[in-house]
Design a protein around this ligand. Structure first.
Ligand code: 1AE
Length: 412
């Protein structure tokens, strides 16, 4: 949207209120989050402030005739002048949902930053295509394995865990997000041990592999730590974006020396998106903002596993990660938590080819061990690609057969 040569960024909110005058409320937001007051301003001041004034774009009231208490809501879209905020995500978020986030039953359900604002963000360095190019895999979903049971384990143990996961033929391995700097597996030593296991596995499988090392530490040390990890051989970084803030991710993604893909972990996302009344919607949080800030992969709870996000929200997150409507490269959707090989038909059916099948317990919990677990996932992906059911393919693929026996198959 553009008024008088000024560009605007949009934000859409869902407000629940049984009695409110939503049009008045919308006007209050447009003025309150921009110039502060309007009607009381002298005419000369109004002329001066006009370019900074927010505009109500739409007020869409949902009030069924038989509405029960708590059901009346409105979707309100406000246009904010880009003039009012600098080109960084904290400034944008504080403008559109700073104080407002605490003002009643209100949830930020969509954002449409202007092209001028978006042009300030490099976004994912690799994106879906770039990650595929790094691995040389272009014709199937990727498979990622998650380290499990890492706290309290030493380097030799960690290396062995890595090797077993890698031998199963997975494409990506990520640290557990709760593995921080510690005396048993300090950053550089951990990276060296895993990189050497990756080389060993690559000789056996002939397959390339990316290891997402957990990037941790105080905010102002993140860049240094990222570069230390890369110098030690890390070819990917895992990052707990919501604990640090989107700006930290944007700064890492924009640094030319941090030339490895970044996987965004959703830790703490549950504090933001699940309520219908408060917070920030999952597609905004784990879709648009992750991608704009520079996540090559964005993890989120799938609709099928142990920690569940409804399917409609999953698909909306995926849409925002993959839509060509944003100028940034696309990011891989990674529906996660409680994933096992028997869910692969659903994942590939719902998400299509550009998805990462990601599992921890579903790899390590395979009765034949982690290598067999990885193989079972790869076999499940191959089965669906070949148009076979998992049960058919399992007749000649032992690891998949055992996985199905252990977890079953879900087709809906
Ligand atoms: C939504 C994040 C999933 C995650 O990080 C994780 O560790 C999942 O583990 P499993 O697959 O549920 O064992």
């Amino acid at each position: 949207m553009s008024h008088s040569n000024h560009t605007y960024s949009h934000a859409t909110y869902r407000l629940y209120d049984d009695k409110a005058d939503f049009a008045k409320k919308a006007q209050g937001i447009a003025v309150g989050l921009t110039v502060g007051s309007w009607t009381d301003l002298p005419e000369a001041a109004k002329e001066q402030m006009q370019k900074h004034l927010g505009q109500v774009v739409s007020v869409d009231v949902h009030e069924p005739a038989d509405a029960q208490p708590g059901q009346r809501y409105a979707d309100i879209t406000i246009a904010y002048p880009d003039l009012n905020f600098s080109r960084d995500i904290p400034a944008f978020l504080v403008t559109v949902f700073g104080k407002l986030s605490m003002d009643g039953k209100i949830k930020l359900i969509d954002i449409a930053p202007s092209s001028d604002f978006l042009s300030a963000f490099t976004g994912p360095k690799f994106g879906v295509q770039g990650v595929r190019d790094l691995l040389g895999v272009h014709d199937r979903p990727l498979v990622m394995s998650i380290f499990k049971s890492v706290i309290g384990h030493d380097l030799a143990n960690l290396r062995e865990q890595f090797l077993q996961q890698a031998l199963g033929g997975v494409d990506l391995i990520k640290d557990d997000e709760i593995l921080f700097e510690n005396p048993l597996t300090p950053l550089e030593k951990r990276v060296e041990a895993c990189a050497s296991a990756a080389r060993e596995a690559e000789q056996a499988t002939g397959q390339k592999l990316i290891y997402f090392t957990n990037l941790t530490g105080p905010t102002f040390e993140l860049k240094t730590n990222a570069k230390r990890a890369i110098a030690a051989g890390a070819n990917g970084l895992l990052f707990n974006v919501l604990a640090y803030g989107f700006d930290a991710l944007a700064e890492l993604a924009a640094d030319p020396d941090i030339n490895v893909p970044i996987a965004a972990h959703p830790a703490m996302a549950g504090a933001f998106y699940p309520s219908p009344h408060y917070g920030i919607s999952a597609p905004v949080l784990l879709g648009k903002l992750m991608r704009i800030a520079g996540a090559d992969l964005s993890l989120f709870p799938s609709p099928y596993g142990s920690v569940v996000m409804p399917k409609a929200e999953n698909l909306a997150v995926m849409e925002d990660l993959l839509t060509p409507a944003l100028p940034q490269k696309t990011s891989f959707p990674v529906p996660s938590a409680g994933i096992h090989p028997g869910l692969v038909p659903l994942i590939m059916g719902d998400f299509g080819p550009d998805v990462v099948v990601n599992a921890g317990g579903g790899v390590h919990g395979h009765p034949g061990g982690a290598a067999a677990g990885g193989r079972a996932f790869r076999q499940a992906v191959d089965a669906i690609k070949l148009g076979q059911t998992l049960e058919q393919y399992a007749e000649k693929h032992e690891e998949l057969r055992v996985a199905i026996e252990r977890w079953g198959v879900r087709t809906s």
